[in-house]
Each structure stands twice: as structure tokens, then as C-alpha cells.
Design a binder for this molecule. Sequence first.
Ligand code: ATP
Length: 456
Amino acid sequence: MTQTEKPEVAVKETPLVPIEKIVSLCKRRGFVYPNSEIYGGVSGIYDFGPLGVELRNNIRRFWWWSMVQTNDNVVGIEGSIITHPRVWEASGHVENFVDQLVDCKKCKRRFRLDHLPEENREQNRCPECGGELTEPRKFNLMMETYIGVVEGDKMKTYLRGEACQNIYLDYDNVLKSSRMQIPFGICQIGKAFRNEVTPGNFLFRQREFEQWDLQFFTHPSQMSQWFEHWKEQRFAWYKSLINHKDRLRLRPHGPDELAHYAKQAFDVEYQTILGWQEWEGVHWRQDWDLSRHSQYSGQDLGYTDPETKEHYIPWIVETSGGVDRTFLNLLLDAYEEEPDPNGKEPRTVLHLNPWIAPVKVAVLPLQKNKPELVETAKNLYKQLQRVMVAQYDDISNIGRRYRRQDEIGTPFCITIDFTTLEDQTVTVRERDGMTQIRLPLDEVKRYLLERVTWNY
Ligand code: ATP
């Protein structure tokens, strides 16, 4: 992979950022709000504010660009949230999508059995207060809903518990309606819903969240090769977006974690204050999904090779990650409070990759009471706004305005000053190094586009 034109962030050894810092910044600056806050909120459900939606869109677009747009053998779909209920019987979710739950009899805290430390599980003791735990109880994570208006005739179904099922459902239609031949992949980004037993840690574990999936269909003899290919691609993709490269790793699943059909599986993991946690899973799914849907629907989802005429159920490599976990991990990776050398307040800065930063540039007239400065700044702002997300800001002194932009991760600020009026040049100030250069006004657009557009 090559990364050109991206200003490298000088990575300092910084401590792992507490989630509360990100929660507070997100609320203060309009990235994320608790859902239904005026009614007391709903646990594990969030809304995204003006900056959050820009960041989310950029994250999604970058994934789509690198997975669909730039791969000849991958296409995209967008499936619906509600499907026929048989889908979830075939997938095994109705029967098996359960978490085992225990409660502490003393402090009343609730835990997922598989999240308890080994010794607490063995001793049946609460990890918080040492109290006795209840017997495990099973909870199905699927969210139920009903289709139809006539009481009694309503059909019970589910909000999808994982987005990828639509890909198996549409696989045959994609084959028949496009020129795809095996090996090829189908991608999708979409919402998923889980009645998580222990939602928490902000966006990390929610009840409504968004997933991205690639399901790559191959002949069994090429499975190993494609599995390696996508494992490497996905790891490199995450690496390209973060500053702390040492906090990313690929962890192979142990034999006890592997599904019965899987020869191998890997998690891309990222280290935060929560420890090493899954960011994306790369799974060897073999012919499990298409076989199950063939069996449950009665439709043959096999593939006939146009040359050899061999008929077989394709095997699948899955890469499945989360938009929200990406959002959170990127903020945790980018956040820094830099001490001020002059002993003033620390500078809070988001060292976000310019490709995904929500605002790409801020245009700032040095003074707002000088009409010539304001007019030139507004003209430039209007020009830039057409090709990238830009802000215009003339409130308070220039230092404060830089700080405001640093806090939301804006990679460049352009200042229009008195020299601009004399020689048509502007100051370009870069976020991470706080370096400043002068550029002719008419070169600003090209200069910025080269740096904020991905080139990976
Ligand atoms: P976990 O073990 O953390 O519960 P999982 O193995 O069930 O995750 P998958 O079903 O493989 O997760 O989902 C793929 C991706 O979707 C995960 O890697 C994660 O990024 C994201 N994801 C899963 N559950 C949630 C959730 N409740 N909230 C936010 N993102 C989630």
C-alpha cells in the first residue's frame, strides 16, 4: 500500500484515552448525542449530530471506495432491515443467537457469562463485589417485530440481527442480473439490531448499530488464497487510518472459538482503555450459509461453472466490521491533550486522518471588522464549500479559532490577513504540527484537494 500526500502525524507515546473524554467531546461539539435524551435516554442507542454524520459518511464512503469501487470483482447491494422470518431460522439466529446471563445476588450487577474472568466463572463470584452469582439464564438477542395490520394475522419477524444475511438472499439475483462470475464478492453497509444484555462503553456495544460486510464467493479450491488476500487487505485498511499502529493486531481464533464449519478465523483487534477488543472479524464460512438457505428455501443456490460445468455450492470468506466501532476507535486513536509550552490550557486535538476528518478546512479572516478581509475570506469559503466540507469562522481571536478547529480534527485552516490584500497569498496552517506556509490564493483549492482526498 502506498500513502501519498497524507501529512504523517508524528506519533507520540500517549496514554490510552478514557472513553469519558470522547463522550464529552462528542456531546460538546455535536458528534454524538444520547437518543431520546429529554425522556431519559435509551440504553445502547445513540444519535449522530452535525459533525458525527459527516465523520460517519466519510468512514462509510472510504470503506465503499476501497471495497466496491476499486475492486473489479466486488459489487454492492443495500438490503432491507426486515426479511422473511424463515431467514433467521435458516441462519440459526432464532435457535442459537443467545447470550448467557448471570446476576450478582449482592450488588445486582449483570454480566455476560462469556465476558466473566475465568476465576470468577469457576468460583461463581461477582468480579465487582465478590457476591454470589445466579444460575446462567439464556437471552435471545433478536429484536422481534410484526408485519401486517389485522390482529391475529400479523406475521412475527425480526429486525435483522446481522446485516450480512441480505447478501446470501440476494446472491443469486446478483449473479443473474450482473456479469459477475465466481470468484466475486458482494458488499453491504447497513443497520443491525441486537438486544445486547450488557450494552455499554458508549458506541462500542449498542443495540442499534451499523455493520459493513464483504461476502466473497469462491470455488473451494481457492478458499485459502482468497482468505489470505482479504485478511491482509482488511488489516492494511485499518492500519492506513490510525496513528498508533502498535495498537492494532490480528488475532487468530482458538479452536474453542471456531464455528464447526470454519477452518480458521481472525479478529482485527484494537487496543483501547477497554483492552484488546474486536474491531472486525475475518471468517472462513465455507458453504454453510448458502447450503442452509438452499435447504430452508428449497431453492438451489449452487453455481455452475460456465467452462467446466461443475455445479457446486460456493465457499465464502466474510469480513465483517462495524461503522460505530470504527467511529469510536478512530476518535480514541486521534484524541490528544497536548500541554501548552506557555503554560496555558492544554490543546485538545483530534489527529484524524484528513481523508475522514468531518471538516476539511476552515476559512478565517484575521479580523471581522475589516470588510476587505471578510469579503475575500467569504469568496474563498464559498469556492471551497463546493468541493469539500468547509467552515467559515470569524468569532473571537485567531488563536481560539485554531483551537476550536483542532478539537474537531480540521486538518487545515486558511487565514486571510492584510498581506493577502497586497499580494493575494494566504496562510495555510496545518493541524498536527501547527506549521504555517503561505500560498497564492488561487492554489489553495488544488493544494487542499491533494491532501484531503484519499489516495490509498
Ligand atoms: P462481540 O463478540 O463484540 O459481541 P460479535 O463477534 O458478535 O462481537 P459480529 O457479529 O461478528 O460481532 O459483528 C461484526 C462487527 O459488528 C463487530 O466486529 C463489531 O465491529 C460490530 N458489532 C457487533 N456487535 C456490535 C454492537 N452491539 N455494537 C456496535 N458494534 C457491534
